[in-house]
Design a protein around this ligand. Structure first.
Ligand code: FES
Length: 87
């Protein structure tokens, strides 16, 4: 489990084990546009301001994954306790 902080509103949302970031945000009333929900299409791409993503998608290149400043919210998770998202 980890938490995501939404930089634009200052809200923090907990993401439970086995729950996607998109699902956690939806539960908090924050809608994120999704399409494939499998890490393939890139619709749910979001910028990461702080924290270390745990990439589970097939969309970003290895180089982009290593840079750690973008995340696919439908499937990827966090290695750090907290991610700050540009949302
Ligand atoms: Fe397609 Fe997230 S909805 S990559």
């Amino acid at each position: 489990a980890f938490e995501v902080e939404l930089a634009q509103s200052g809200r923090t949302v907990a993401v439970a084990a086995g729950q996607s970031i998109v699902a956690a945000l939806a539960g908090a009333g924050v809608a994120v546009e999704v399409s494939c929900e499998q890490g393939i299409c890139g619709t749910c791409l979001c910028n990461v301001l702080e924290g270390e993503p745990d990439h589970r998608d097939e969309y970003l290149t290895e180089e982009e994954k290593a840079a750690g400043d973008q995340i696919l919210l439908c499937c990827s998770r966090a290695r750090s306790k907290r991610l700050v998202l540009d949302l």
